[in-house]
Design a protein around this ligand. Structure first.
Ligand code: S3P
Length: 444
């Protein structure tokens, strides 16, 4: 690998991928563990926490708000230790704005954390985060009694002014978004009465699984979640399993690299997160999971994936998108190598991720010589079996970690190197991505 002025040359893998690997802690669960520990009374013990830029944004935020964080780096690269929360005393007014960096989860979840307190906090973020829509969270929280300034602001920077007399709400969310659901539920934890969120299809349910560990009465059914407000949150122990969204990149690499057969261990097998396995299977890949054990109430186990020499296109229906929302770029690359057309239904939400991932996937695949297009909110990819990247190909991550890994993958499984601009964006979720994938290479 040769890195020069924010471009990284990704050389093809020198052999097939074999053996086992552990992926780092789940990003969504790590954010929640850090934020919920900060809200609780006492010291929560955490292990397996992802050490990445995004999670560090949440850690810094809770420190600014008065939580005491004593997390240390472990030999496996994870963070472990204690967080002593503000509990019934509430968060303190920070000494300046909270910079959420690139992390939408930090910004949106914090709005819910802060809503039930008489406190004014300015939230901001990097250029990408400052473009992302926030009204989806400020609207329901405003109905509960929180206020946001400047009035009507739909993007960061904005100031949250919470209130001790927050009203519980029944919120029918127009989008399947775990960030929206979680922000409303966290606000509901500090409101009198029952707060309930319904969504069009079930988004990831880590919040509903974790809140009861902290003593919050929570009920959840497919597409509906509710919390009983005003129960004090108490410290507990949280063990974070491996991130299926990181595992997905290794799984896609194995599916594409001839001769590969890998196992990814200790991965969250939460059904709301492993839609990518089903899609790989539908494309003809031998992908399975086993050894399911439970850490807290999150299921985890081993994912096994083998190379597939007969990939074919498939259709991913709208109601499955939430279970693989972050995996669409990587799966699009697999689809680009498959026979026939793959369609991802109703993926308009991808336009407002860290970048416009629809535009980026269509443009990037176009440079690979693959035809991809949108029809309404459906993404179509016409695969090209035997696809090889053109020599000297340059692709940009646009500062988006999932695109950085997708474009790196294009080069890793090809016969020519690709140059990825801004590959460093991987540090948002998977700083060790290249090291992990290269650790699986069996040289001939
Ligand atoms: C996340 C929810 C999803 C996902 C994001 C993490 C979370 O976003 O894309 O990477 O931790 O709740 P949306 O809630 O916008 O769908």
């Amino acid at each position: 690998m040769d890195t020069q002025a924010r471009t990284t040359i990704i050389e093809p893998l020198e052999g097939c991928l074999t053996g086992s690997v552990h992926v780092p802690g789940d990003k969504s669960i790590s954010h929640r563990a850090v934020l919920f520990a900060a809200m609780a009374e006492g010291t929560t013990r955490l292990s397996g926490v992802l050490d990445s830029d995004d999670v560090r944004s949440s850690v810094r935020a809770v420190q600014q708000l008065g939580a005491r964080v004593a997390l240390e780096k472990m030999a496996d690269g994870s963070l472990a230790g204690g967080i002593t929360g503000w509990g019934a005393q509430g968060p303190r007014t920070p000494d300046g704005p909270i910079d959420c960096g690139n992390s939408g989860t930090t910004a949106r979840l914090l709005m819910g954390v802060l809503a039930p307190w008489d406190i004014e906090v300015e939230l901001t973020g990097d250029e990408s985060l400052r473009r992302r829509p926030m009204a989806r969270v400020t609207a329901p929280l405003s109905r509960m009694g929180a206020r946001f300034f400047p009035e009507g602001a739909a993007t960061l920077p904005l100031t949250v002014r919470g209130t001790r007399s927050l009203r519980a709400a029944k919120y029918d969310s127009p989008i399947a978004s775990a960030q929206v659901k979680t922000a409303v539920l966290l606000a509901g934890v500090g409101a009198e009465g029952t707060t309930c969120v319904t969504e069009p299809s079930p988004s990831r349910n880590h919040t509903e699984l974790m809140l009861p560990l902290f003593g919050v009465p929570t009920t959840a059914a497919s597409g509906v979640a509710q919390v009983c407000g005003s129960a004090p949150m108490h410290a507990c122990e949280v063990e974070v399993p491996g991130d299926p969204s990181s595992a997905a990149f290794l799984a896609c690499a194995a599916a594409l690299k001839p001769g590969s057969a890998i196992q990814i261990e200790g991965v969250s097998l939460n059904p709301a997160r492993i839609g990518f396995l089903r899609t790989l299977e539908q494309m003809g890949v031998d992908a399975s999971r086993r050894g399911v054990s439970s850490s807290g109430k999150e299921l985890s186990g081993i994912v096994s994936v083998r190379y597939c020499d007969d990939l074919h296109g498939c259709e991913v229906p709208a109601e499955k998108i939430a279970s693989l929302v972050d995996e669409v770029p990587a799966l699009s690359l697999v689809a680009a190598h498959a026979r026939g057309i793959t369609v991802f239904r109703e993926v308009g939400e991808l336009r407002v991720k860290e970048t416009d991932r629809i535009a980026a996937v269509i443009d990037g695949l176009g440079l690979l010589g693959v035809n991809a297009w949108m029809d309404g909110n459906d993404l179509y990819i016409e695969g090209n079996p035997g696809l090889q990247v053109p020599e000297g190909l340059r692709l940009s991550s646009g500062g988006d970690h999932r695109l950085a890994m997708t474009w790196a993958l294009a080069g890793l499984v090809s016969e020519s190197a690709v140059v990825v601009e801004d590959f460093e964006a991987v540090s948002a979720s998977y700083p060790g991505f290249l090291g992990d994938i290269r650790s699986l290479v069996r040289r001939a």
